[in-house]
Design a protein around this ligand. Structure first.
Ligand code: CU
Length: 349
C-alpha cells in the first residue's frame, strides 16, 4: 500500500513539477533500486520527499550527502578517553612492574555515543605496555569485574605457567582477586594482551591492549628508518568497529610530512577480517607477528586477520588527504557516511 502511494506521488511529481524535480526524480530511480527499497522503512514525512528525490535508507539524497559531509567535517572529532596510551612501569629490583585493573566504564566510541566497556585501566584499548627485549616484566592484574578473567600475552614467548589460559596454565582470576604475571620479554615485535576467559564476551567488551617489545640492539630499534610511528588497533563486536577504540569520525589521522617514513603497527583483536586499504600510497610490509619478513612486500590492501599483527612502512610520497579504511565496506560506510574502521593519512607538503 505504501509502495502504491509512493508510486502514485512519484508519477504526480513528474507530471506536475518543473525541470528541477524531473532531474531529481531521474536521479532517484537507480538509487531506489540499489538500496532495495520497496516501501520498507521510512516515515511518512520522508516518504513525501522520496516521491521526488528517491528514498535510500529513508532519506533524500540531499540528506545523505549532508550526513557524509558532516562526518568528514567533524573529523577528527573529539571524544572523551583515549586508549593505547603508554603505561609507565615502576622498577623494583630491575623488574618493570605494570598494573592493570579490569573494570567496567562508560566509553565514548564516537561523539555523544557512550557504551558500556570492560577495560584494562578504563580505556579501550587498554594501555600500551612497551618494554625492551630481555626485560623482566611483572604485571599485576586486579579483577574488579563481576566474573573471573585471565590475561594472555598474545605473541610473547613466555613460560607456560604465565600464558594466561584458565585451568590449562593457571586458576582463573576471580572477582575481587589480584594475580601476578611475570615473564621475560623474549621476542621483539608488535604483540598484544587480551582476556582468555569467556573470551567472546570479554574481548568483545574491550579487554585487550597493545604490547610492544623493542629490540635490545639500538641499531635494530629503528631498522626501518621511520620518522614516525602509529598504532592501528582494530576491534569489532558489541562496541562497534573500532580503530584504537574509536569509530570514525572520532579516529585520529596519521600525519606525515612529504618524504617521511611512517611505521604503522596494525593489530586485529576483533572477530572478523579487516582488509585495510590505503589510498594513494604504498605499504611496505616488513613484519608479521613481530617477525621480520625475509622479503618485505608491497601492497595497498592488507588483510588483517583476527590475532594478526602486521608492521608496515609507508613512505609519504604523495601529498594529500588519503582515506585509509577497512574494505569490508559494511565496516566503513553507510548511508549516514563513513563510520567505524576509517581514518585519513595526511601527507603535508
Ligand atoms: Cu573490517
Amino acid at each position: 500500500m505504501e509502495t502504491t502511494r509512493r508510486h502514485f506521488l512519484k508519477v504526480a511529481g513528474l507530471a506536475g513539477a518543473g525541470l528541477a524535480t524531473l532531474g531529481l526524480a531521474a536521479c532517484a530511480t537507480p538509487s531506489k533500486g540499489q538500496n532495495g527499497d520497496a516501501g520498507s522503512g521510512g516515515t511518512s514525512s520522508t516518504d513525501t520527499h522520496s516521491t521526488t528525490t528517491g528514498n535510500a535508507g529513508g532519506m533524500t539524497w540531499q540528506e545523505m550527502d549532508a550526513h557524509h559531509e558532516a562526518g568528514i567535517k567533524a573529523f577528527p572529532a573529539p571524544t572523551e578517553g583515549k586508549g593505547a596510551q603508554p603505561l609507565e612501569p615502576r622498577i623494583e629490583n630491575g623488574v618493570k612492574v605494570f598494573e592493570l585493573t579490569c573494570k567496567k566504564v562508560q566509553w565514548e566510541v564516537e561523539p555523544g555515543k557512550k557504551v558500556e566497556a570492560w577495560t584494562y585501566n578504563g580505556t579501550v584499548p587498554g594501555p600500551l605496555i612497551r618494554v625492551t627485549e630481555g626485560d623482566r616484566v611483572r604485571v599485576i592484574v586486579k579483577n574488579e569485574l563481576d566474573e573471573s578473567t585471565a590475561v594472555h600475552w598474545h605473541g610473547v614467548l613466555v613460560e607456560n605457567s604465565q600464558d594466561g589460559v584458565p585451568f590449562l596454565t593457571q586458576p582463573p582470576i576471580r572477582p575481587g582477586e589480584t594475580y601476578v604475571y611475570e615473564w621475560t620479554a623474549a621476542n621483539p615485535g608488535t604483540h598484544m594482551y587480551h582476556s582468555h576467559h569467556n573470551s567472546t564476551k570479554q574481548n568483545g567488551m574491550g579487554l585487550f591492549g597493545p604490547l610492544i617489545i623493542d629490540p635490545k640492539d639500538p641499531g635494530e630499534q629503528n631498522r626501518y628508518n621511520a620518522q614516525k610511528e602509529y598504532l592501528m588497533f582494530l576491534s569489532d563486536g558489541p562496541l562497534g568497529y573500532l580503530l584504537n577504540g574509536k569509530s570514525f569520525p572520532a579516529t585520529e589521522p596519521i600525519v606525515a610530512k612529504k618524504g617521511e617514513r611512517v611505521r604503522i603497527r596494525m593489530i586485529n583483536n576483533g572477530f572478523l577480517y579487516h582488509p585495510m586499504h590505503l589510498h594513494g600510497l604504498t605499504m611496505t610490509v616488513v613484519e608479521k607477528d613481530g617477525y621480520p619478513l625475509p622479503t618485505p612486500f608491497r601492497c595497498d590492501n592488507l588483510s588483517v586477520a583476527p590475532g594478526d599483527r602486521w608492521d608496515v612502512i609507508v613512505e609519504a610520497t604523495n601529498p594529500g588527504k588519503w582515506a585509509f579504511h577497512c574494505h569490508v565496506l559494511t565496516h566503513a560506510e553507510s548511508e549516514m557516511g563513513m563510520f567505524g574502521l576509517v581514518t585519513v593519512f595526511i601527507v603535508e607538503e
